[in-house]
Design a protein around this ligand. Structure first.
Ligand code: SF4
Ligand code: SF4
Ligand code: SF4
Ligand code: FES
Length: 935
């Protein structure tokens, strides 16, 4: 007798296509597939049950990341006691069902179906780019089709046109079998709804938007449709050019903080395509245009692959060996140390680099340089997250995993634009919103989520830039004054004294929506409705981005959100939490790895004697107990002649940091600037040593994403520089007198685990076994921690903090009457060093200034006109786009192109607690100018 095959999701090979999505039901049913008993959750399709039982039923229109459609009729089965031959993909299993997947009758029917498909398909398999990777071809083989009786004289689609407009994939309609997998992938997985089936019956066709070319349609080029397509109709151009891949390596995207897992598919040393990994903890098989397609920069001709040095920044670069470059840098840094002391040198780690690369930089600074002058680019983005969440919850990290959003009843999205900046998570959010969750958006702009196909925000609090804290105080005021506080949660989990102080503060009339309306620009009724929705909907989850942190009250705002989550009991379970959407791939990791001047790895203060002693012992060196300088302090100190040498790994501070003139003055004043990067970036203009960096395709190590998930980054191709970043750092450290003799990145992670309680269980072996883990990962949580603060906060009791609203000094005036705010768009990434060197430029070849029609008219400016934007810090020029996404009085731009000089106009205001620059509020004036001459 056959044993019943129990359904165990953990045992499934997720690389297999089970035909239809998994069901979550706790009720199970047992069916017999070709006599084999199999037990599955109720609602599971016969096709999926059969695949679990090892009987793969032929299929074309079904794939397991979209709902079944039942159109191709290839997956027919016989079910005992039922008439006919139902489609297995649309038939749910029922208890006791007995299914036959292989019979003579079924064989005949399936062959007939395939014959019809093949009769309307070009017979060019041998020259087709998908040859060997085509489900239609596979199915013809699976059903044993040898002949096609019908000719091609009747109506057919063989002369269908080819759409080559998208830079990354083709759409060859002659090969389309109208299975609709692409349409469903675009709707269900991506949530863009860019594709439809136009026409009816035999005349039906797949069509982007209103029968437009892909490039002109609403398509955002995520590639989900290409991945879903079972034929060569939608096909990557790289596959057409290079051929079907022959080997695979799993790795992690190096763009945003979502941290999507990919399978890099290669021929030899050449990447053919990047396929999002179905087993990826963060992305579950989805991706955006950057991760899937924009990896060409790794082979770009602009890459520098040989070390270079020069005595002064007026001289041309001299290519040298690694040994000479390291020796040159070490001599200069040692000379500065000897004549100016250890306070005259420091380093900046990169959130683009791996945890292991970051760890060795901060170790070199503390142990070899002998100072705590180390900081990270998180200073200019999420440092307030670190401060605010540590004060309230006890640790600097998002509280949830991404999958948690599937359990949210209401989402509050503040100062973030997930569909552009964190697109794969944005798609997950959209899915939940389509299922019925409510949405509150707090943002000066009408971001995509406010209104897009099948998604709209119930509450859009369109505040004036700089008034986040006032708005959130008003929301909390409503919660406190209308009896919406979760008293039981607060009593059980939070510090009573701080709660009482906060409650007294937040109930003050000065925090009421009515009082603050004039400040924030948000009608009190809108605030009240949003507050009630958040507090009463069930599970309330907060997601936020740089629109929260990059303000003079960034840290206050992070604490205000944490207060709100605690007051409403929205912490410590699925569907709730406070979640920073991290900008760069490894911002979380670079902060975790001890990049801040006051903290060792794992956020432990350098002044803590016990902690410092532990590091001193393992590193074999005496460590300083005084915190070092932050980036702005190092730059100020350089301008005043005291700070002389800076090691900058993978960061372009001359473009990304505020007040560009000041940064340039500081860099120019230094005796030795070492830049390690892929390209000669803006900062390299001021450098004396250039150490070539590796792309993520050459790296070995780990990245930690916004949900604390530690993902492996594996070398996909041979390094083009001959040395990884950690090897170069260790060589410099050794040349300065402090050897760091690691053999591998895995060995560095072992040391991190030894020194960091939240990483104690992490090793490359564990990551290779589990795919990824979310820290804390230790004896208490050997497979990681998807949700934090479940029974108690990391700090014990949750700490409420009072959050008085203090208006920024940066206000609109008669001279500068408009408020400029900034952000990212989907196709470009940060300062654009990578994405500008890919085909992504077709979507965004320049930064534009979005302006409301009324403001444009008042200045005599039309769409596409050039304007000068002036602030009290400086001025720059760009073209305008009239937009109703922003209110009158506010202008908006991106910062992806150096020529736009966005940071020339941002001021040196910064967060009171962390010095994070106030990028999101700059008072400006604009005036029309003629097109500037090319530089
Ligand atoms: S383009 Fe591909 S996925 Fe879309 S309907 Fe045609 S064959 Fe199916
Ligand atoms: S690439 Fe993405 S957005 Fe564009 S049509 Fe395909 S699934 Fe839709
Ligand atoms: S969402 Fe972020 S991590 Fe994922 S593919 Fe896009 S850029 Fe990469
Ligand atoms: S796979 Fe079931 S009808 Fe197409």
């Amino acid at each position: 007798m056959n044993m019943v095959q129990q359904f165990d999701p953990a045992q499934l090979d997720l690389s297999q296509d089970y035909g239809t999505p998994a069901m979550n039901s706790e009720v199970e049913v047992t069916v017999h597939i070709d006599g084999m008993p199999v037990t599955v959750p109720e609602g599971t399709s016969v096709m999926r049950a059969a695949a679990i039982a090892g009987a793969n039923i032929p299929k074309l229109c079904a794939t397991d990341n979209v709902e079944a459609f039942g159109s191709c009729r290839l997956c027919l089965v016989e079910i005992e006691g039922r008439n006919g031959t139902p489609a297995s993909c649309t038939t749910p299993c029922q208890e006791g069902m007995s299914v036959k997947t292989q019979t003579t009758r079924l064989d005949k029917l399936r062959k007939g179906v395939m014959e019809l498909y093949i009769s309307d398909h070009p017979l060019d398999c041998l020259t087709c780019p998908a040859n060997g990777d085509c489900e239609l071809q596979d199915m013809a083989g699976a059903v044993g089709l040898r002949d096609v009786r019908y000719g091609t004289e009747g109506a057919n689609h063989l002369a269908g046109a080819k759409d080559e407009s998208n830079p990354y994939f083709t759409f060859d309609t002659s090969k389309c079998i109208v299975c609709s997998r692409c349409v469903r992938a675009c709707s269900e997985v991506q949530g863009t709804f860019a594709l439809t089936i136009a026409g009816r019956g035999f005349g039906s066709r797949v069509s982007p938007s209103e029968q437009q070319p892909f490039l002109e349609s609403e398509c955002v080029s995520c590639g989900a449709c290409v991945q879903a397509c079972p034929t060569a109709t939608l096909q990557e151009k790289s596959v057409i050019e290079l051929g079907v891949p022959s080997r695979k390596v799993k790795t992690t995207c190096a763009y945003c903080g979502v941290g999507c897992s990919f399978v890099a598919e290669l021929r030899g040393d050449e990447v053919v395509r990047m396929v999002p990994d179905k087993q990826g903890g963060a992305n579950a098989g989805h991706s955006c245009v950057k991760g899937r397609f924009a990896w060409g920069y790794a082979q770009h001709q602009d890459r520098i692959t040989t070390p270079m040095v020069r005595d002064s920044i007026d001289e041309p670069w001299r290519e040298v060996s690694w040994e000479e470059a390291i020796g040159f840098a070490a001599d200069r840094f040692n000379a500065i140390k000897a004549s100016h002391g250890v306070d005259a040198i420091g380093g900046i780690t990169s959130s683009r680099c791996t945890n292991e690369e970051v760890y060795v930089v901060q170790k070199m600074v503390r142990a070899a340089f002998g100072t705590n002058n180390v900081d990270t680019c998180a200073r200019v983005c999420h440092s307030p997250t670190g401060y605010g969440l540590k004060q309230t919850f006890g640790t600097s990290a998002g509280t949830q995993d991404f999958a948690s959003v599937q359990h949210a009843d209401v989402m509050m999205v503040i100062g973030a634009n997930p569909t552009d900046a964190h697109p794969v998570f944005g798609s997950r959010m959209k899915r939940r919103l389509r299922e019925g969750a409510d949405l509150i958006v707090i943002d000066p702009r009408s971001i995509d989520l406010v209104r897009s196909p099948h998604v709209s925000a119930e509450h859009h609090l369109q505040l004036l830039p700089g008034t986040n804290v006032a708005v959130l105080n008003a929301v909390a005021h409503v919660v406190a004054s209308e009896g919406l506080i979760d008293e039981a949660f607060v009593a059980e989990r939070c510090d009573r004294v701080s709660f009482k102080a906060w409650e007294d503060f937040i109930r003050l009339p000065e925090n009421s929506p009515e009082t603050l309306e004039a400040v924030t620009g948000v009608p009190a009724t809108t605030v009240r409705a949003a507050a009630r929705a958040f507090a009463t909907a069930g599970n309330g989850a907060i997601y936020y981005g740089l629109g929260v942190t990059e303000h003079s009250q960034g840290s206050t705002m992070v604490m205000a959100m944490a207060n709100l989550a605690m007051a409403t009991g929205n912490i410590g379970r699925l569907g709730v939490g406070v979640n920073p959407l991290r900008g760069q791939n490894n911002v979380q990791g670079s902060c975790d790895m001890g990049s801040f001047p006051h903290e060792f790895v794992g956020y432990r203060h350098v002044s803590d004697d016990t902690v410092r002693e532990q590091f001193s012992q393992i590193w074999g060196v005496t460590l300083r107990e005084e915190p070092g300088m932050r980036i702005p302090n190092m730059l100020d100190s350089a301008v005043s002649g005291r700070f002389k040498g800076l090691y900058i790994q993978g960061e372009d501070i001359a473009q990304s940091d505020p007040n560009t003139q000041h940064v340039a003055a500081a860099l120019t004043a230094m005796d030795c600037v070492i830049v390690q990067d892929l390209f000669l970036n803006e900062t390299a203009q001021f450098a004396h040593v250039f150490l070539p960096g590796t792309s993520f395709l050459e790296k070995d190590g780990t990245f930690t994403n916004a949900e604390r998930r530690i993902n492996r980054v594996r070398p996909v191709m041979t390094s083009r520089t001959g040395r990884s970043e950690w090897e170069a750092t260790c060589a410099l450290s050794e040349a300065m007198g402090y050897p760091m003799p690691y053999e591998s990145a895995a060995e560095i992670m072992d040391e991190i685990a030894e020194l960091t309680p939240t990483f104690a269980g992490v090793s490359f072996d564990l990551l290779d076994k589990l795919g990824s883990v979310q820290w804390p990962c230790n004896d208490q949580a050997p497979t990681g921690t998807p949700i934090m603060h479940k029974d108690r906060f990391v700090r014990g009791e949750g700490q409420f903090m009072t959050t008085p609203y203090v208006p920024t000094d940066e206000r609109s005036t008669r001279k500068f009457p408009l408020l400029l705010t900034t952000g990212r768009i989907l196709s470009q990434y940060n300062v654009g060093a990578q994405t500008r060197r890919t085909e992504n430029v077709v979507w965004h070849s320049e930064d534009l200034l979005d302006i409301h029609e009324a403001d444009a008219e008042a200045r005599g400016v039309k769409d596409g006109d050039w304007v000068e934007i002036a602030s009290r810090a400086g001025e720059t020029k760009m073209r305008v786009r009239i937009s109703d996404d922003i209110p009158a009085g506010v202008v908006y731009t991106t910062f992806h192109h150096p020529v736009s000089g966005t940071n020339v106009i941002t001021t040196d205001n910064s967060d009171w607690a962390t010095n994070c620059p106030e990028y999101k509020v700059t008072a400006v004036q604009i005036r029309p100018v003629s097109e500037p001459a090319l530089a």
